[in-house]
Design a binder for this molecule. Structure first.
Ligand code: NAD
Ligand code: DAU
Length: 338
């Protein structure tokens, strides 16, 4: 089975590639990743020499560079992870959220259709549903109501994917997952930012009152779900994926504090994120009933393993948080929270 995985040098895409090469003997992977600030070849170190794997440093917005990858009609599936993924950056001007997340998805869809790729899996997010109050869950039929430029661009891409199904009967599936955590997550996101700051003796910037809620899922449970949807999901369908694990940001920080043995003074209340979604929570009954998927990694165990990974992989994140990297990031994007 030959798969084009886009964004495979990022957090979740690289987990997908490592998992597939370890688990699926006849898999072949072409990793299309243009290596933005969030991509890192070290995320697939140890796999780069595998004859079943190759990396193409191409943007999903570059139609002409992508076409030869599709043209021999041997591709069995596309899994589209590539995206600008960080909400805070989407609030600043200048980052290519619409170009990558919307236009890039449309270009991939058109090429997959032109060369008869049998399946296109689009990796979306629970953020397309907007924000919940104190109760309720997002189901696949919850109307889209995105609030940030990031989630608006992801919702637009979802619409294009569904339009390809309805207009052209293209075989597509969409997954919408909740917040992921685990190894190799870029340290601009809550958990790796706090863990690495903690290891460096830096404070933890907790936005607003710290009571915004996210539904956390270990990244390995997410990629297992994606594989099930890719191989067994029904065409034209959307599958929610969630951890049944709602935690306020303050509760996450307190748990990390306990694991790292830090005082509560490490948490510092800072100005809230603009338009900060209050609560996300996923109803994932559909994927459980139809495909038999359930999360396997308990939260506290997964979080301990994740902290331990950052403790034993300091070279990985220190290279990212180094001065030269910060300079590059600030030059490209104008601000840096690392
Ligand atoms: P990430 O930011 O860690 O990685 C994104 C990857 O995409 C990077 O390797 C980057 O180099 C690559 N990329 C960016 N623009 C590209 C372009 N134009 N062409 C080719 N490659 C490009 O992101 P992530 O956290 O791994 O998220 C992956 C996907 O999963 C995204 O689509 C995101 O919306 C979705 N998602 C993420 C989460 C989460 O909690 N992180 C949850 C649900 C869904
Ligand atoms: O829900 C899925 C989404 O989860 C994905 O689609 C996104 O790609 C991914 O980045 C993530 O979005 P969030 O905005 O929920 O993740 P983030 O780690 O940025 O923030 C998690 C929560 O923590 C959120 O309520 C904001 C808060 N936060 C975040 C940072 C970076 C802080 O309080 N302080 C911080 O420094």
């Amino acid at each position: 089975m030959k798969i084009i995985v886009t964004g495979g040098l990022g957090f979740i895409g690289s987990q997908m590639i490592r998992w597939a090469l370890d688990t699926v003997p006849d898999v072949q992977i072409i990793n299309v990743d243009s290596l933005t600030y969030a991509g890192n070849p070290a995320n697939v170190a140890g796999y780069s020499e595998d004859p079943r794997y190759r990396w193409e440093a191409v943007s999903i917005t570059d139609h002409d560079a992508l076409e030869p990858l599709f043209a021999d009609r041997s591709v069995d599936a596309v899994i589209n992870f590539a995206a600008e993924s960080h909400v805070d950056r989407s609030i600043m001007s200048g980052a290519p959220f619409v170009t990558t997340n919307v236009l890039g998805t449309q270009i991939l869809l058109e090429l997959a259709r032109k060369y008869h790729v049998p399946r296109f899996l689009h990796v979306s997010t629970d953020e397309v549903y907007g924000s919940l109050g104190a109760t309720g869950l997002f189901s696949e039929t919850t109307p889209l109501n995105p609030n940030s430029p990031y989630s608006a661009s992801k919702a637009a891409a979802d619409m294009l994917v569904l339009a390809a199904f309805r207009t052209h009967q293209q075989d597509v599936v969409i997954t919408r997952c909740s917040n992921n955590y685990g190894p190799y997550q870029f340290p601009e996101k809550l958990i790796p930012l706090f863990v690495t700051n903690g290891l460096e003796g830096q404070p933890w910037p907790l936005y607003g009152d710290g009571l915004n809620v996210r539904d956390w899922l270990h990244v390995s449970d997410h990629v297992r779900a994606i594989w099930m949807v890719l191989t067994e999901g029904h065409r034209g369908e959307i599958y929610n994926i969630g951890g049944h694990n709602e935690q306020s940001n303050r509760a996450v920080a307190e748990e990390l504090q306990r694991i790292l043995g830090l005082p509560s003074s490490v948490m510092v209340a800072v100005k809230d994120r603009l338009g900060h979604d209050r609560r996300y929570a996923i109803d994932s009954q559909k994927i459980t009933k139809e495909l038999g998927w359930e999360p396997l990694i308990p939260w506290q165990e997964g979080l301990r393993q994740t902290v331990s990974w950052y403790q034993t992989h300091q070279n990985w994140w220190k290279a990212i948080k180094s001065g030269s990297y910060r300079d590059y990031y600030a030059h490209q994007y104008g601000a840096c929270n690392l």
